[in-house]
Design a protein around this ligand. Structure first.
Ligand code: XIL
Length: 376
């Protein structure tokens, strides 16, 4: 009974009962919100018959968005997030600098406030939560970077971090991006504080990734553990390196459950050869027995002309279809949902307009393209 994504897409034993009780209420509320939003839609096509969440659920796909607790106070933000998405992921609030802002010698090294607020919101709207991220070269706090820790000290800190965070969120966060962006585009290892500057002393190559996965599995054996990266959508040097690592891990029983494909793209990605390469890449990872997720999708534009928005919609639809057509692709997540709060303008000069709702919370053509690709 209940929603199929509870049964099929997440570990049912890790979903608290209280979530199940709220399912009907959340869905009914979502339908009510949706009908109001549809009335404001200006597209020429007939309104979508339901929410993204309903369409995705019928496909047994989890539909997610990155989110920030500070925006939950905006009524439009909260109502769209709750009604249209079945999953959320902290855009920043579970990263190392946010969640572990002080050294372990401090009486209060951790700050779970933002992450906990997001988990509470998710639970009260029957959404599942993805955790992001435990081992990454960015958003590492100054106390950690500047203290000159040795490799054994860093190993102890990281082990403690993984253990504390996964224990805190056990049964609340069903999947974690354990390691994020560990490879360079040419397939070599990225030099980072965790790898070799000075590193945690795990050894060469992918051994520190393996170590982090083992620590994560030990801390929460029911969490699904992911490796997550960008520019690895197509078959290329980076995805080859990730594939080689994943194949080795599966062969040796290293606890890797899935691979996340960030999918931060531009309209240049809309070429048949690139999309075909993405499908082929997903297929080879699927054959390893891994779960695949599109984790940070956005399609950034140079302007918001009708032509650009139409081209964006087409590409969003094509990428959604790739996930729908690949049985191992269990979740599709966008990196936020409103252009009002997207990271793109701050990181890519002159670019923006990357998400499904505009800065006034109006649905863009891309919304309908994703809906149609899910509902087809
Ligand atoms: C970004 C956030 O969206 C920004 O708010 C923050 O300032 C920087 O990080 N890949 C990732 C994400 O894995 O964590 C990044 O998120 C975007 C790129």
């Amino acid at each position: 009974m209940m929603n199929s994504w509870f049964q099929g897409k997440t570990k049912s034993d890790s979903v608290p009962l209280v979530w199940l009780r709220t399912v009907m209420a959340a869905l009914l509320c979502g339908m009510a919100i949706q009908s109001g939003a549809v009335a404001q839609e200006t597209g020429a096509t007939a309104p979508a018959a339901g929410t993204l969440r309903q369409a995705a659920e019928a496909r047994q796909i989890t539909i997610g968005s990155a989110a920030a607790s500070a925006f939950l106070a905006e009524a439009d933000y909260a109502s769209i997030l709750a009604s249209e998405f079945s999953q959320l992921q902290a855009e920043n609030e579970m990263k190392f600098d946010a969640i572990h802002p002080r050294p372990d010698t401090d009486p209060n090294p951790y700050n779970f406030k933002g992450g906990d607020a997001l988990v509470a919101f998710a639970q009260s709207h029957a959404m599942v939560v993805r955790g992001h991220t435990l081992v990454w070269h960015n958003q590492v706090p100054d106390w950690l970077k500047n203290a000159g820790y040795s490799a054994p000290q860093l190993a102890e800190i990281l082990h403690g971090h993984i253990k504390t965070v996964l224990t805190h969120y056990a049964s609340k966060v069903y999947a974690w991006d354990v390691v994020n962006e560990a490879f360079n585009d040419n397939g070599s290892m990225r030099h980072t504080i965790w790898y070799n500057q000075p590193g945690i002393g795990a050894g060469k190559g992918t051994e520190y990734i393996e170590q982090a996965l083992r620590w994560a599995h030990e801390a929460d054996p029911s969490a699904k553990l992911f490796y997550n990266d960008y520019n690895a959508e197509e078959v290329n040097k980076k995805s080859d390196a990730i594939y080689k690592m994943a194949r080795d891990f599966k062969k040796r029983g290293v606890p890797l459950d899935g691979v996340g494909f960030q999918t931060h793209v531009t309209l240049k990605f809309d070429e048949p050869a690139k999309l075909a390469s993405f499908a082929k890449n997903l297929e080879r990872f699927a054959k390893l027995g891994l779960e695949l997720q599109i984790t940070e999708l956005d399609v950034r534009l140079n302007d918001s002309s009708d032509a650009s928005l139409a081209a964006q919609a087409k590409l969003y639809g094509e990428i959604t279809t790739l996930c729908v057509q690949q049985p191992a692709c269990k979740a599709l997540q966008t990196w936020g949902f409103t252009d009002k709060h997207s990271w793109i303008p701050g990181f890519y000069k002159g670019q923006g307009w990357g998400l499904l709702w505009d800065e006034k919370y109006q649905k863009k053509p891309a919304y309908r393209a994703v809906y149609d690709a899910l509902a087809k």
